[in-house]
Design a protein around this ligand. Structure first.
Ligand code: IVH
Length: 734
């Protein structure tokens, strides 16, 4: 049936949008990616194809339409008046030559063979915009989505390579001078930092890029100051108010070397260098595309001799007048291209193959390698995914294997070295998937027609531990300081076996435990206590119910309002919720009615964990608010009836109204402001539309939202009037 096929495509597109947005967040905002670049690219490619084939599904908010991720809200928003664009890529000589041919077509009067190109190492760090006003550093902002970035001035001010004042002897400078470049961490400093972090038992970083990004994202600049960050300048951004004598010079005869505005990219770099901004010494100007390619190859060959990570060479047309003529597409300029290096490969010894057990019981084989530095970090472990993959790759313990990491974060074992002097003459014996769980000793089973193998023992300590790890993770209850290492330690010590055990922990249980001083115990217990207030939607994600992601959890929580109402609902009424299909509904019913899960849920509720969603007053018809009559097993005991919520919450002044908040409202964190709206029955969509009731404009608001509100004639409420809006539900003063 055509209709069903269309529905399936639409559902897949929605799913892909959600995946990509999630992974954007992991990569750009949390600096903690979960998939390889290649896997991410596949998702984007699939979504792009769907959007090409079904233009009706190409929504303006699709992640295919933007660069990176929107700011995370920890820092104030900064609007880039000149957008910070991305670059198109070339992976082969042919692709670079094809770019040259495009230039030839776009510039028919220019001899492209005699054109100068500026070849710059593509440093793998974090793109940064620096503003200097009258030669003084005033602001640093990240790229964000290209239009709106984050204000990281205080943190960047601690980076020694970023001068506070431009060299006065090389001035005067434009009154407003925006310099763009890359904050990066030199490779050796990255390794040393990771070693220190490791020794201190704190978070280590996957690679220098993540490390730089994480260091910039600190609430406390004093932390950033301890991180070995550096900076390369490579571009001009917004410029306003040329120095007087140069402006006159420019009018007379075009600018000469050392004058504003510069005429070529090489001159830009020279000016920046003279101003005291660091410029990479590895930049070369060459003539013609073949020479540019030769330079790319040269840098690729010597990439490991450079003291910083590079993932390619940026080739730029040198003549800035041609930049204006060539212009840009919606995401990248036509006058530059990034020549990306082929994925980096290294060989190392495969010591063992081991199997880890995840929270669902899935047994994943992984390679234990002789540590090898590849793709910017030392790799000792690499996933082998499943039994079939091990067979297909034919890797065996003892083999010399090829490991790849490209600018990726997740290392991959490609296969054994089979040719050349290092190929083994006699292969070691074939590895067999174990039949017993390495954690509990129970049987491992693989179902017919499936590629995954499972430990089916629900009491398996590994599964238990991983369930708690997921429960406490950022996307779950977000319990700070409770990472995998500690959970495994606690499970091992017998302190906990399931999420509910966390809420029964007392200070005396930590006595004598390695790495636990009184202070860290107090901090951890406070973080656990704090997590009790997370809304039901977060709890649903934290429980790790199969197929239930943040979007599905929110839809369920908002429709049913309480765990009790959810538990009392049948699969049909769950599936009727928008965004929740039959698969999710069945999975939720199965989970909530599993007796072991019911016990854990009862204990969570009894411990005071929130089991309701703020802002949801009445259970929907048929949801069975009366106390679980429909649910086998009697629903969840210990959960306050939904009616209590109706009486206990704030008055529903904003029922059904959409209120968008931009910027910071004094006295509220972003989450608190949103919760305040939600708990009064309002909605808080991420963007302004015709349906928006009001836009609350706080400090350092995003220009996009206020501009759109103005364009659509949506009422603007100043931050001072936010409380009044909450209380009355009416537009203040109106
Ligand atoms: S030019 C519109 N030059 O690569 C011009 N970018 O894929 C865009 N990058 O966001 C920037 N080294 O973070 C430029 N020498 C260089 C670069 C460079 C690294 C990064 C930068 C940018 C990304 C684009």
């Amino acid at each position: 049936m055509a209709e069903t096929a269309d529905e399936e495509v639409a559902a897949r597109a929605a799913e892909l949008r959600e995946f990509i947005t999630y992974h954007n967040q992991r990569y750009y905002v949390l600096d903690s990616p979960e998939v390889t670049d290649a896997e991410y690219d596949d998702l984007v490619r699939e979504l792009r194809q769907i959007e090409v084939d079904h233009p009706a599904l190409a929504l303006p908010e699709s992640p295919t339409q933007s660069v990176g991720a929107a700011p995370a809200g920890l820092f104030a928003e900064v609007r880039h008046r000149v957008p910070m664009m991305s670059l198109d890529n070339a992976f082969t000589e042919e692709e670079l030559t094809a770019w040259g041919e495009r230039l030839r077509r776009q510039l028919p009067d220019v001899d492209v063979d005699r054109l100068d190109f500026c070849c710059e190492p593509k440093v793998d760090g974090v793109a940064m915009s620096l503003t200097y006003v009258d030669g003084r550093f005033t602001q640093a902002a990240t790229r964000g989505d290209g239009v709106t970035g984050e204000d990281v001035t205080a943190n960047v001010a601690t980076v020694r390579a970023v001068p506070a004042v431009l060299d006065p002897t090389s001035g005067p400078y434009p009154h407003h001078l925006e310099v763009r470049g890359e904050i990066y961490m030199p490779t050796a400093d990255f390794a040393a930092l990771n070693a220190r972090q490791e020794a201190a038992g704190t978070k280590t970083f996957a690679n220098p890029r993540n490390s730089a990004a994480g260091s910039l994202r600190q609430k406390d600049p004093a932390v950033t100051a301890t991180r070995p960050l550096s900076f390369w300048a490579y571009q001009l951004g917004e410029i306003d108010g040329l120095p007087p004598e140069d402006a006159a010079g420019a009018r007379r005869a075009g600018a000469g070397p050392g004058r504003w505005p510069p005429a070529g990219q090489t001159e830009v770099l020279a000016l920046l260098g003279r101003a005291g901004l660091p410029v990479s010494p590895d930049i070369r100007r060459v003539r013609g595309i073949s020479a540019a390619f030769a330079r790319c190859r040269e840098v690729a060959e010597h990439r490991h001799d450079l003291p910083y990570e590079v993932d390619g060479v940026v080739v730029k047309v040198d003549d800035l007048a041609l930049h204006d003529r060539l212009g840009a597409t919606s995401r990248a300029p036509r006058w530059a291209i990034a020549f990306k290096f082929p994925p980096e490969e290294r060989t190392t010894r495969l010591r063992h193959i081991e199997v880890s057990i995840g929270r669902t019981g899935r047994a994943t084989p992984f390679a234990v390698l002789e540590p090898v530095f590849v793709g910017g970090s030392t790799v000792g472990l690499a996933t082998l995914h499943n039994e079939d993959q091990v067979k297909a790759k034919d890797v065996r313990p003892g083999d010399l294997v090829v490991v790849r990491k490209a600018g990726d974060v997740i290392p991959e074992v490609l296969g054994p070295v089979t040719t050349g002097p290092h190929a083994a003459r006699r292969r070691p014996p074939v590895w067999h998937f174990p039949t017993a769980c390495p954690s509990c000793g129970g049987p491992l089973t693989r179902l017919e027609g499936e590629s995954d193998t499972y430990c089916t023992n629900i009491d398996c300590p590994s599964q238990r531990g991983q369930r708690v790890v997921h429960f406490a993770s950022r996307s779950g209850m977000d319990i700070e300081g409770l990472g995998e290492r500690r959970v495994v330690q606690f499970v091992h010590e017998g302190l906990i076996a399931d999420p509910a055990d966390l809420y029964a922990l007392t200070p005396d249980r930590f006595e004598g435990l390695e790495g636990f001083a009184a202070l860290s115990t107090a901090n951890l217990l406070a973080a656990i206590e704090h997590s009790k207030s997370r809304p039901l939607s977060r709890l649903l994600v934290a429980l790790g119910i199969r197929h239930v992601g943040p979007t599905g959890a929110r839809a369920l929580a908002r429709s049913f309002g309480s765990l009790q109402a959810l538990a009392a609902a049948d699969a049909g009424s769950l599936a009727a919720v928008e965004g929740v299909g039959g698969v999710i509904a069945d999975s939720v019913v199965e989970f909530l009615h599993n007796p072991a899960n019911e016990t854990v849920l009862d204990r969570l509720a009894a411990a005071g964990v929130t089991t309701t969603e703020p802002g949801v007053r009445f259970p929907p018809p048929g949801a069975g608010a009366g106390g679980g009559g429909a649910a086998p097993g009697g629903g969840v005991a210990g959960v306050p009836p939904a009616g209590v919520l109706a009486g206990g919450g704030p008055p529903q002044t904003l029922a059904g109204k959409s209120v968008v908040v931009t910027g910071t409202v004094p006295g509220f964190t972003r989450e608190e402001a949103e919760e305040a709206i939600l708990s009064r029955g309002g909605k808080t969509p991420g963007s302004v539309s015709k349906k928006t009731f009001a836009v609350v404009v706080g400090e350092a608001p995003g220009a996009a939202k206020s501009n759109k509100a103005e364009a659509l004639g949506i009422p603007i409420v100043p931050a001072e009037a936010f409380a009044e809006l909450l209380e009355s539900g009416e537009l203040p003063g109106g």
